[in-house]
Design a binder for this molecule. Structure first.
Ligand code: IPE
Ligand code: IPE
Ligand code: MG
Length: 252
């Protein structure tokens, strides 16, 4: 069934909400540059946008929200900017963990933890531990994350199982690889949003994005808000998802 004839709507209602929205939060630096501010201020305002979007995700009935917070390739930025980004993550967890927990948010972290400073690892573990039984919204933070690295890690785990005589190589298929990724229990994203106008994945969830709908919005991340999220969801609701078949499935 096509959505083309559906009546025009102001914004999405809860039934339109995709179960899993993933966001490439891009454009903090450009937001700051446009205002003559340091990039760090863009990142700081980006955290405020994140708070807004977590709240809006609850309200819109989204079950999983994944956010790209620091990529494996972001290590190529100046040390001072990396320090700012790590400082913001520390502060976000210290300041917001209690209220996320109160709101029923379950925090999950994907990405490489080996090599991170021990206090960051402790905070990430604390966030996951404290919120592990929450069920309202799962917030997946992709930190020090790269999709190629995640897939390579899965390949390593499988190779080790084969080397240890625990697995027949012929049993390795797409599903086996999927369950060796960082968060195998979380469904693939239905909708991936990238802010700031760039139209690429930048090594984000490339395996999981096989059938995600991609929406690129021109807004810089610090300006992103509930209305922008609703409009991306409305765009998603207009898409026909076919998953390789002939019959369109409803968007969510
Ligand atoms: C997103 O904003 C934050 C991270 C990548 C960590 P950017 O810092 O990439 O901002 P632009 O793309 O330079 O404007
Ligand atoms: C992607 O943004 C990474 C995050 C949002 C954390 P980048 O700004 O690093 O991506 P490129 O370099 O423009 O592709
Ligand atoms: Mg960027």
């Amino acid at each position: 069934m096509s959505n083309a004839a559906a009546p025009a709507r102001e914004g999405p209602d809860r039934s339109d909400a995709p179960a899993h929205v993933a966001i490439i939060m891009d454009g903090n630096g450009r937001w700051a540059a446009a205002r003559g501010l340091p990039r760090a201020e863009g990142h700081r305002r980006g955290v405020e946008a994140l708070r807004r979007v977590v709240r809006a995700s609850h309200e819109l009935g989204i079950r999983y929200l994944t956010i790209f917070s620091f990529s494996s390739e972001n290590w190529s930025r100046p040390a001072s900017e990396i320090g700012d980004l790590f400082g913001l993550l520390r502060r976000f967890i210290r300041n917001d963990l209690a209220s996320l927990h109160r709101d029923g948010v379950k925090v999950r972290i994907i990405g490489e933890r080996d090599g991170l400073e021990s206090d960051i690892c402790a905070l990430l573990n604390e966030a996951e531990e404290l919120t592990r039984d929450n069920t309202r919204l799962t917030l997946v933070v992709a930190f020090n994350y790269g999709s190629r690295q995640e897939i390579a890690k899965a390949a390593q785990k499988l190779a080790r199982e084969v080397a240890d005589g625990k697995r027949d190589p012929d049993t390795i298929d797409a599903e086996t690889i999927g369950v060796h990724l960082d968060a195998p229990d979380i469904p693939d994203p239905d909708l991936i949003i990238r802010t700031s106008g760039e139209q690429r994945l930048s090594n984000f969830l490339m395996w999981q994005a096989a059938y995600s709908e991609l929406v690129f919005v021109p807004i810089h991340w610090p300006d992103f808000d509930k209305a922008a999220l609703e409009s991306a969801i409305a765009e998603f609701a207009r898409r026909e998802r076919r998953f390789g078949g002939l019959v369109a499935k409803t968007a969510s």
